[in-house]
Design a protein around this ligand. Structure first.
Ligand code: PFF
Length: 476
């Protein structure tokens, strides 16, 4: 039955079910939760976006999480090899494995800009860390952040960073180097170990800063903003971005969970495992909202500030808050921790592909793909200064105005992730052998029927709609 490992005996794997869950939550929880989600919720007017997002997570995201974990669990090798195996065992064409390759490519591209954005976080860890040290040296460890700096000066820090290719490059290098180091060490002693240390630290920080926000910030306004739906704000564009955000946040469509699932080598309750991942990821996004918005509202800042909300708005807010220097520093450490447990999963997807399909060693494969993503990331960061005029896909109206980083972010998020999710749902809903699916997932009775309906009908339909509205906004 499904409990015996079919992979080679030498293959690395998770030490337990909870290790897998922790690593998968680490992959899911990242910049998407703490930077992208509050940004989008703020820009889209709050409540209606949040409710639609939650619906997307549970109706589309959760069935897809289970599908990806199933493929990996059944395949026991990299994404391309795992899909081939499930296809073979189901009497379907092996060319379905193309979505594993597209996924690995998407993961590689996302990693390239993810590392650049994480580099900004690293820079702010440095800025706030230096400020905290200064506060301690001055005998005022509990003072506000960046004491004495004007609002313009604080917000200008981001512009200064963007204007400096050298600084951006240094941060990107350090972050990618750390990611590569962990992935090169493998599953058990690299990725699992990182997750078991970093995720608990992450949760303590998240809950701690949220409680702090509840005391010193404006929790009432934040709750009203996030949970009072104004349905008139739920435009097709907002639905589109909520759907895209659900895929991004759950790490779907890039074969990440296929890859992580392939390291499960004992029978496992995949249904409840998948639900745990989806619930944890969504709770973290909501908690991040409840951490950030009370602070934003307390100092009367604009929740719709956009991508700079976290980097420009919050440091200013921390200036006027008690212990702002300390909490501000911890806040950026929190984001950095979340980012690294996600970036390692992004690098693991192509790395596993190189090992499984090309026969490379783990180190060699991690170095090739990590190095490649580093180079692509350099183009992204130059897009803020020397290459500011470059429009990679300028011929395409959707990307006519976007810089290099936003173009790669937009192309992966609006095209590649939905495409990967669409192919996954069609493959699992219509091609994979039902008996095998039922046996490996362990889903029974009505749960299986509901899941099948969602994956075979709702996902393909809804995701096709995102793809079309994403690619051709004119149809809206
Ligand atoms: N889910 C991550 C986040 O929310 O930040 C981003 C991500 C990680 C996407 C890993 C895809 C992936 F394979």
């Amino acid at each position: 039955v499904a409990s015996a490992s079919t992979g080679s005996a030498a293959r690395d794997g998770w030490s337990s079910r909870s290790a897998f869950i922790l690593a998968a939550i680490g992959a899911a929880v990242g910049l998407g939760n703490i930077w992208r989600f509050p940004t989008l919720a703020g820009e889209s007017g709050g409540g209606a976006f949040v409710f639609f997002y939650i619906a997307c997570v549970f109706l589309l995201g959760l069935p897809l999480v289970l599908s990806e974990v199933f493929i990996g669990r059944a395949g026991q090798t990299d994404a391309v090899g795992s899909i081939k195996k499930v296809a073979r065992d189901s009497g379907a064409s092996e060319s379905w494995s193309i979505f594993g390759a597209v996924g690995a490519m998407a993961a590689f591209l996302i990693l390239s800009f993810y590392s650049v954005v994480a580099g900004w976080v690293l820079y702010y860890v440095g800025v706030m860390g230096a400020d905290l040290l200064g506060a301690i040296a001055a005998g005022e460890p509990f003072r506000g952040a960046l004491a004495g700096e004007s609002q313009e000066a604080i917000q200008g820090r981001m512009g200064n960073l963007f204007a400096s290719p050298g600084l951006l490059l240094a941060m990107h290098l350090v972050f990618m180097g750390g990611t590569l180091f962990i992935v090169a060490r493998g599953i058990g002693s690299g990725i699992e170990k990182a997750a078991t240390w970093l995720m608990p630290a992450f949760f303590v920080l998240l809950v701690g800063i949220t409680i702090y926000g509840a005391f010193v910030g404006d929790m009432g306004d934040a709750i009203a903003f996030l949970f009072t739906p104004d349905w008139s704000k739920l435009t097709p564009a907002v639905m589109n971005s909520a759907l895209g955000q659900a895929l991004f946040s759950l790490s779907l469509g890039v074969a990440g969970l296929i890859t992580y699932g392939s390291y499960i080598n004992e029978g496992s309750k995949l249904g409840s495992t998948s639900a745990t991942i989806a619930i944890a990821d969504t709770s973290v996004a909501l908690l991040a909202g409840l951490m950030i918005f009370p602070i934003v509202f307390a100092v009367g800042l604009d929740p719709a500030a956009g991508p700079t909300l976290v980097f420009q708005t919050l440091p200013f807010a921390f200036q006027s808050m008690p212990a702002g220097a300390l909490i501000g520093f911890l806040f950026f450490v929190l984001i950095l921790v979340a980012a690294i447990t996600s970036s390692i999963s992004l690098l693991e997807v192509p790395t596993a592909y190189g090992i499984g399909e090309r026969g490379w060693s783990r180190r060699q494969s991690a170095l090739i793909f990590g190095g490649g993503a580093f180079v692509v990331g350099i183009a992204c960061l130059l897009g803020y200064n020397v290459w500011a005029d470059v429009r990679l896909l300028g011929f395409w109206p959707l990307f006519a105005e976007t810089d290099i980083l936003d173009t790669i972010d937009g192309f992966t998020g609006k095209v590649m992730l939905p495409l990967g999710a669409l192919l996954t749902s069609v493959f699992i809903g219509w091609k994979a052998d039902r008996k095998m699916v039922q046996e490996v997932t362990g889903l029974e009775g009505p749960m299986f029927a509901i899941w099948r309906f969602l994956i075979a009908w709702l996902c393909p339909l809804a995701v096709t709609i995102i793809l079309i509205t994403g690619l051709f906004p004119a149809v809206l």
